[in-house]
Design a binder for this molecule. Structure first.
Ligand SMILES: Nc1ncnc2c1ncn2[C@@H]1O[C@H](COP(=O)(O)OP(=O)(O)OP(=O)(O)O)[C@@H](O)[C@H]1O
Ligand SMILES: [Mg+2]
Length: 232
């Protein structure tokens, strides 16, 4: 199986070398747990280090907020945009807002147009919020994941949760559809990461401190705390 490097220092050692190519991985966590930074670092690494073009689909954050979030890491995202290696796509639904499957296909079309090998949706929670019909939500996320898989585009879906440690999704369905889940936690003053699932992978399942450094996020594969010590 081909593996796609996460770009997060230390993380790929925990997943047998990276995300399975074409898979969709939920990056779930409460507010301020690092979901956006994680996703942006994944795209930045792809474009800058691995020659893998990426699309960042943002539903709520304006581009200026994104710069704000990442400028301290000195990632020259704008240069990559100019070189067509990284595309920021501010998604606005058209037509029937509640027809999420059609909206999902528009996102897939964007990935196809730019030949994206990597894609981020920030957030899948905001994407699915246009309806409260769970069947539509589940079907649209299924369509999204399967179409991206056909493109062999490896995707991260940021997902907003309550922040409780056993809470992995917003709607209670996303976690069963995706191939992987990386769960982020923030118990001030410390951030943590754990891999809850990664299909086809003998992955690590410990809780690791997540560090925010000048070059981005990092995980020490050897540093762990017990699940019970993770507060709820
Ligand atoms: N240099 C840093 N050192 C330590 N923590 C940092 C640093 N930069 C950002 N953070 C932490 O990351 C958080 C912001 O990360 P990010 O925007 O990726 O979170 P998020 O999970 O996407 O949040 P939201 O749910 O609001 O979208 C900050 O609130 C702060 O806790
Ligand atoms: Mg965010």
């Amino acid at each position: 199986m081909n593996r796609v490097k996460s770009g997060i220092s230390g993380l790929d050692e925990l997943t047998e070398g990276g995300f399975p190519e074409g898979s969709s991985v939920l990056i779930s966590g409460g507010p301020g747990t690092g979901k956006t930074i994680f996703c942006m670092e994944y795209l930045y690494a792809g474009a800058h280090d691995y020659d893998e073009p990426g699309v960042y689909v943002t539903l709520e954050e304006g581009a200026h907020n994104l710069w704000w979030n990442v400028q301290r890491f000195k990632w020259d995202v704008q240069a990559l945009e100019r070189d067509n290696k990284l595309k920021i796509y501010k998604f606005e639904p058209t037509g029937d807002y509640t027809d999420l499957a059609s909206q999902a296909k528009r996102i897939v079309e964007k990935a196809r147009q730019v030949g994206a090998k990597r894609l981020v949706i920030d957030s899948i929670t905001a994407f699915a919020f246009w309806t409260n019909d769970k069947a539509k939500i589940r079907y649209s996320i299924y369509v999204l994941i399967e179409e991206l898989r056909k493109l062999r585009c490896t995707s991260l879906l940021a997902c907003e949760t309550s922040g409780r440690k056993n809470d992995f999704s917003s709607f209670g369905v996303e976690e069963f559809l995706v191939d992987g889940i990386i769960s982020l936690h923030f118990f001030p003053p410390s951030h943590y990461l754990t891999i809850r699932k990664m299909r086809g992978t003998n992955h690590d399942s410990n809780v690791h401190p997540l560090k925010f450094g000048d070059n981005g996020l990092s995980v020490d594969p050897k540093a762990t705390i017990s699940w019970d010590d993770l507060k709820d």
